[in-house]
Design a protein around this ligand. Structure first.
Ligand SMILES: NC(=O)c1ccc[n+]([C@@H]2O[C@H](COP(=O)([O-])OP(=O)(O)OC[C@H]3O[C@@H](n4cnc5c(N)ncnc54)[C@H](O)[C@@H]3O)[C@@H](O)[C@H]2O)c1
Length: 245
């Protein structure tokens, strides 16, 4: 364990990848402040930890979250933005209102949190990690707006890395592939034969399987921690080789 625990804020922490990220930091003995949209705290909130439920599309909630981080930690060492949502629909079939919801959830709310948190980021260890998607790098039918939002998020992170480098704050972004989280499990469950559908999707991935959330959390932990102190502005695919094929 490091001498000084990291002070970490994690969004989207009430399920899936965010929950696994929280668990990874805990294992290292770090201090976490969790937020998610779910009203009830996730089962994994431990004694002494805070879980703040709220909508990151709401600027006043973002201000409250950053205020809590200031009270709790003074400074933030790592900010990991795992929140997001997927919405399927053909380009011509998606309404402008739905498109706007997808962009807000996956891109604008990330900007809003980062913008508010930067003054609090440690100038020695400050590291921001955004969670985009393989679909921010390649297209897929029915995912045009999700791709646009995640592609925008990738460029947001790279540009922010350049702007914040003189202040000693690093920014990186990961692009996960299909990962077995409630989001994906629920989607598969809507198919007639979920197991056959899951096998079909797995066959499109060079490693031949979906990721477990912990396999996404580990590289995120590396990018968020001082182990990657000279890494900034990178986009790291964690997708079983999908975007390399
Ligand atoms: N699971 C996958 O296959 C996969 C693949 C690539 C990228 N991703 C991305 O990884 C991230 C985590 O996804 P997951 O699979 O763990 O899904 P998930 O649905 O389990 O977690 C997403 C979390 O974000 C929260 N959230 C969404 N909008 C919010 C808002 N406005 N305010 C506050 N919280 C909000 C949800 O409540 C949820 O807890 C997302 O950004 C997703 O786009 C997931």
């Amino acid at each position: 364990m490091r001498e000084l625990p990291l002070r970490v804020v994690i969004t989207g922490a009430s399920s899936g990848i965010g929950e696994a990220v929280a668990e990874r930091f805990r294992r290292a003995g770090d201090r976490v402040l969790l937020t998610g949209r779910r009203a009830a705290a996730p089962v994994t909130v431990r004694a002494g930890e805070r879980y703040l439920p709220g909508d990151l599309g709401d600027e006043s909630f973002v201000a409250r979250l950053v205020g809590e981080a200031a009270n709790e930690f003074g400074e933030i060492d790592a900010l990991v933005l795992c929140h997001g949502l997927q919405s399927e629909g053909s380009l011509t079939g998606m309404s402008v209102a739905e498109a706007s919801r997808v962009i807000d959830a996956n891109l604008l709310s990330v900007f809003s949190v980062v913008r508010s948190a930067v003054p609090l980021m440690s100038r020695e260890r400050g590291s921001i990690v955004c969670v985009a998607s393989r679909l921010g790098m390649v297209g897929m039918p029915g995912q045009v707006l999700y791709s646009a939002a995640k592609g925008g998020l990738i460029m947001f992170a790279r540009a922010a890395a350049v702007e914040l480098a003189p202040e000693g704050v690093r920014v990186n972004v990961v692009a996960p592939g299909l990962t077995m989280t409630p989001l994906i499990r629920d989607g598969f469950a809507r198919h007639d034969d979920p197991e056959a559908y899951a096998a079909e999707r797995a066959a499109t991935i060079p490693l031949g399987r979906l990721a477990e959330p912990a396999e996404i959390a580990e590289p995120i932990y590396f990018l968020a921690s001082p182990a990657s102190s000279y890494v900034t502005g990178v986009v790291l695919p964690i997708d079983g080789g999908y975007t390399a094929a």
